[in-house]
Design a protein around this ligand. Structure first.
Ligand SMILES: C[S@@+](CC[C@H](N)C(=O)[O-])C[C@H]1O[C@@H](n2cnc3c(N)ncnc32)[C@H](O)[C@@H]1O
Length: 268
């Protein structure tokens, strides 16, 4: 088997095992992730590495772990959450009095993003002097381990860096080592294992956060996923992309850019 064939074989193994078609991820991204594991085993060819994967279950799982980068943080890119709390949420709270606010955190990793959104909703309502509206946050990710940590909801270290002292005390309980998200916030977030290659709920959400996820996808898969977000958003619903992610030109008539710097788009 030549190297190209061995690389394809590895992708097929992942597809068969995890029902995840990684040929729809950018090839360079996949190769960089595999290289991390190959280096640590001193394997320099896909052929050698494929043979290890065929025999060693543990290595197969380690490789899958490396594939899904879970880097995240509470209030990652704080300026986006400032904009959310000051502009988008007050407008939604005024408009959606009865229906409440429905949010999808797509590619939520270990939960920091959906919990930050929940805190932002609470804070925005507080600042407006109104009762917190009904809201629900659907937080989805492909990575089961990340979902389990999100459900556990206890954090420590740098992931907490962007949370001001007052908010820590209000929304977390410190157990001497870690900060546990309080029940009032946890109850609003529903975590589900879900692959973004599939469509999710139709015409349901007011806000979709999909930050730092589609950057790994091929253009064709980005287009599929952006189509899913468009279908999932209600009229005037808002999409937040990551700071380095761009809206594909084919979608310019379906999403109006309302903040270019923060990559915020409204469903047209
Ligand atoms: C870098 S994290 C981003 C976390 C968060 N959105 C943020 O910006 O901080 C990317 C997440 O996307 C998830 N992911 C990658 N491909 C996915 C797919 N096809 N379906 C669902 N989630 C996926 C990964 O498991 C990972 O947790």
């Amino acid at each position: 088997m030549n190297e190209d064939e061995a690389f394809i074989r590895i992708k097929d193994m992942i597809h068969a095992e995890k029902d995840l078609d990684v040929s729809r991820y950018k090839e360079n991204y996949l190769k960089r992730r595999l290289a991390v594991r190959m280096r640590s085993l001193s394997k320099s060819t896909y052929n050698e590495y494929m043979q290890v994967l065929e025999k060693d279950r543990n290595e197969f799982n380690l490789m899958l772990d490396k594939l899904t980068i879970n880097v995240t943080q509470f209030f990652r890119d704080p300026e986006i959450f400032i904009e959310l709390e000051n502009v988008e949420l007050p407008e939604m709270i005024r408009r959606n009095k009865d229906e409440g606010i429905k949010v999808w955190s797509a590619g939520c990793s270990t939960g920091e993003e959906p919990y930050s959104i929940a805190i932002s909703i609470e804070e925005a309502a507080d600042r407006m002097g109104v009762r917190t509206p009904y809201y629900e946050i659907h937080a989805t990710d492909l990575d089961q381990d990340a979902i389990c940590r999100a459900v556990d909801g206890r954090y420590e270290g740098r992931t907490m860096d962007n949370i001001a002292e007052a908010r820590r005390k209000k929304y977390f309980e410190f157990d001497g080592k870690r900060w546990a998200v309080r029940g009032s916030i946890k109850d609003r977030v529903k975590f589900v294992k879900f692959n973004l290659m599939e469509p999710y709920k139709k015409n349901y959400f007011d806000l979709v956060f999909c930050r730092n996820v589609i950057i790994y996808f091929t253009r064709e898969l980005q287009s599929t996923v952006l189509g899913h977000y468009h279908e999932s958003l209600r009229e005037n619903g808002i999409l937040f992309l990551g700071k380095t992610e761009t809206m594909l030109s084919d979608f310019r008539d379906r999403f109006e850019c309302i903040n270019i710097k923060e990559r915020i788009f409204k469903k047209v």
